[in-house]
Design a protein around this ligand. Structure first.
Ligand code: HXC
Length: 519
């Protein structure tokens, strides 16, 4: 019989061996590529000394192709829980140094079990992906492993926040695991995601493309919109994820306002610079971020999908210590028009905020939907409908402010009273109208302009008449579509008062199994 001392020594020897991961050569290769190991990533992510590893001694069951003689440390994935910013969080990190972090049946079981644990604990789940994909030797058992994870991603969507930090390869059907989560972080130069790699692109489509071009961080943050954040290194991406978590509740069951932080900024602070931020000359533009910055606590906001569809801004910020999701048109990029990508970006963010009880502020300056065959053939009707759907079904406090233009269908979409805005404010320069004055006058006064001795003078005259009649906030306010016309300088103060008043808002949508958002 071994002594207790010998048993402890045996445990420590096993732990030390597992912590070696794929061995010094594989670790060196990982470092040479500019990547951290799974265990280094975990160390950076969790508050010091809080990580508890589960499933360290799990082993694969595969016996094909000599696998029965091969031991894989922790089966190629580190799983467990600990504290992040003082809050319990579950996590897994693929260990690329151990057989390429490939996912077999037991590897997948460890991840799936950690998702189950996170859902039961009602805490966020973060996956650090760096994997060669399904472990080829395990065949369909590996595929089933992915399926088990996909289903959990779906079932726990809206229950707990699910985040992926992609820090290496993620290829094939495996990419649907990140795609089913709420947020994806990527690292420039080392992470890539695609359904079929460059070789298949070449063979099937005769396309020559690199890993980076096809599925790198820039591709997914700028072009495809698959990813939401992009950083230069593993360490920065991990820090970014921790920052995001500081804005998120632990789960849908969290106490309201669990993310409240004692404010250091005054709720009464005015922002005089906003009185003149909208240029009087309609041909000039302004940057909506220069509106967001002064009104939020300490000028701090955390932007999501910064590089994708920049005509729409979505971000988290705090007002008097309370977390708010901001959705804002960006007039300085293609006039802040609503197109396919901006609609998708806004709708997904709105649904996340609503799912996790985060109140929303919408800053409206939108000239309309993007015209053209590209948009129509791409389905702007279907994509634009997502914004309408997302706002309409959202039951969290919804405050909106029209800073300048709100024209036509996009006026309705961007959190109008009919979309359920609780408080809709407007600045004195706001124009809530069916369209711009010049365009409208050109249509309804076409004959008068054509028949006038000086058509250009007539055009200006009728445009001015239309502008005076319709393109101001007062007509909309007269019908109650605008609740308050506020001085721009008071925006921060008025938003704080509105959100404070709405903090116990209870709203219900009709019972249903689930809705059918246009996809
Ligand atoms: C088993 C794998 C593996 C895999 C890598 N390895 N991927 N073992 N199954 N899928 C092993 C390698 O054999 C090698 O083992 C070690 O991991 C490191 O891999 P390298 O190739 O040396 O690394 P690198 O040169 O950096 O290349 C990384 C890579 C490449 C580009 C990811 O490994 C690769 O192409 N792997 C296969 C990718 C793939 O086709 N996966 C299946 C996708 S299908 P040794 O013993 O030498 O250390 C899929 C379907 C999911 O995932 C569907 C879900 C529905």
């Amino acid at each position: 019989m071994p002594t207790n001392e010998e048993l402890i020594a045996e445990l420590e020897a096993k732990e030390a061996e597992i912590k070696e991961m794929g061995g010094p050569a594989a670790v060196k290769k990982q470092h040479d590529l500019g990547k951290l190991t799974a265990r280094e990533r975990i160390d950076l992510f969790f508050d010091p000394g809080t990580f508890v590893e589960t499933g360290m001694h799990v082993k694969h069951h595969c016996h094909y192709f000599g696998m029965d003689k091969i031991d894989i440390a922790a089966d190629g994935v580190v799983t467990g829980y600990g504290k992040v910013n003082g809050h319990t969080t579950c996590c897994y990190a693929s260990d690329f140094t151990s057989r390429g972090g490939s996912l077999g049946e037991m590897h997948a079981w460890k991840i799936a079990k950690t998702y189950d644990l996170a859902a039961k604990m009602r805490v966020p789940m973060v996956g650090m992906v760096d994997t060669g994909g399904a472990r080829i030797q395990e065949g369909v058992n590996a595929l089933d492993g992915y399926g088990q994870i996909f289903r959990r991603n779906t079932l726990y969507s809206g229950v707990i926040p699910q985040i992926i930090i992609s820090m290496g390869p993620s290829a094939g059907g495996a990419v649907y695991h990140p795609a089913l989560c709420d947020w994806i972080f990527m690292v420039k130069g080392t992470s890539y995601m695609y359904v079929t790699g460059p070789d298949v692109c070449k063979a099937v489509m005769s396309e020559e493309v690199t890993h980076e071009e096809l599925g790198g961080a820039k591709t997914h943050n700028i072009k495809s919109g698959v990813a939401h954040f992009m950083y230069d290194s593993d360490a920065e991406a991990i820090e970014g994820c921790k920052h995001l978590l500081s804005y998120l509740p632990q789960s849908v069951y969290d106490e309201p306002d669990s993310t409240y932080q004692e404010p250091t900024d005054s709720p009464d602070r005015t922002c005089p610079e906003l009185d003149t931020i909208v240029p009087e000359d309609p041909r000039k533009v302004y940057d909506m971020k220069q509106v967001i910055k002064p009104i939020v606590d300490d000028g701090e906001f955390f932007e999501v999908q910064k590089h994708y569809a920049p005509n729409m801004i979505v971000c988290f910020a705090r007002f008097n210590g309370h977390v708010v999701g901001i959705i804002a048109n960006q007039p300085s990029y293609i006039a802040g028009v609503l197109d396919i990508n901006a609609s998708d970006k806004a709708a997904r963010f709105i649904r996340f905020c609503d799912a996790f009880n985060i109140p929303m502020l919408t800053l409206v300056d939108v000239p309309g939907y993007m015209p053209g065959t590209h948009q129509e053939f791409g389905g702007i009707i279907r994509h634009g409908a997502k914004v309408v759907y997302a706002y309409s079904e959202a039951t969290v406090p919804k405050v909106a402010i029209c800073t300048h233009k709100a024209y036509g269908g996009s006026e309705i979409s961007m959190c109008s009273r009919s979309m359920g805005a609780d408080i809709y404010m407007a600045w004195p320069c706001a124009e809530l109208a069916v369209m711009g004055a010049e365009g409208a006058a050109a249509i309804i006064f076409r004959r008068d302009i054509a028949e006038a001795p000086d058509p250009e003078a007539k055009r200006q005259e009728v445009s001015e008449l239309f502008r005076k009649t319709f393109n101001n906030p007062y007509v909309a306010a007269a019908s109650g579509f605008v609740d308050m016309i506020i001085r721009a300088r008071d925006t921060r103060y008025e938003v704080i008062k509105a959100l404070e008043a709405l903090k116990n808002k209870k709203d219900q949508i009709p019972w249903k199994k689930h809705g059918n958002i246009p996809l």
